[in-house]
Write a protein that binds this ligand. Structure first.
Ligand SMILES: [Zn+2]
Length: 181
């Protein structure tokens, strides 16, 4: 009898283990990037040398070297799917698709971030211009700039490099939200 109980207990343990393993493969995880999460709000502080090993050269150049993608090259520039845009470096939720608009500037544009923790603002006086740089609020990766010529209700235009955006359709985004709450 004892043997049978042990047998069943080990089966249950095995099933539980498998269940835990399957949640490890949840959609907000990125296999090659241990810092990527759509739900973890802890700040990510990682040296560029390490980011360089983790990120693709395109993402690294823009996110960590403050590069700019060529205008009109992002697949998200005229993209109209409903969902959420995350930081491609750390997975921090940045913008909802319902705050996206066609600015005609050549880069994906939004008028409002998801929350205060989405974005960090920094003065940028490079290239002889006075601009405000926007960085990811979680991992401090360069995203783009914000200008005050956007539409209502904010009047702001967040001009973002599509390379550093990671889009997820509404269904996936909702699942991640439910996991978080
Ligand atoms: Zn980030």
């Amino acid at each position: 009898m004892k043997r049978i109980i042990t047998f069943f207990a080990s089966i249950i343990f095995f099933i539980n283990c498998n269940a835990q393993n399957s949640t490890k493969n949840k959609p907000d995880m990125n296999k090659n990037n241990p810092y990527y999460s759509n739900s973890d709000t802890n700040k990510v502080v990682v040296k560029n040398e390490e980011w360089q090993k983790i990120l693709s050269p395109e993402v690294y150049d823009i996110a960590r070297q403050k590069g700019t993608e060529s205008p009109w090259t992002s697949k998200y520039e005229k993209f109209k799917e409903i969902g959420t845009y995350y930081c491609a470096v750390c997975g921090n939720p940045l913008f909802k698709s319902n705050t996206k608009f066609e600015s005609g500037c050549g880069w994906p544009s939004f008028y409002e971030p998801i929350s205060k923790s989405s974005i960090i603002y920094l003065p940028d006086n490079s290239h002889g211009m006075k601009r405000t740089e926007v960085e990811c609020g979680r991992c401090k990766s360069h995203l783009g700039h914000v200008f005050d010529d956007g539409p209502p209700p904010t009047g702001l235009r967040y001009c973002i490099n599509g390379v550093v955006l990671d889009f997820k359709k509404a269904q996936e985004a909702e699942n991640n939200y439910n996991k978080k709450h």
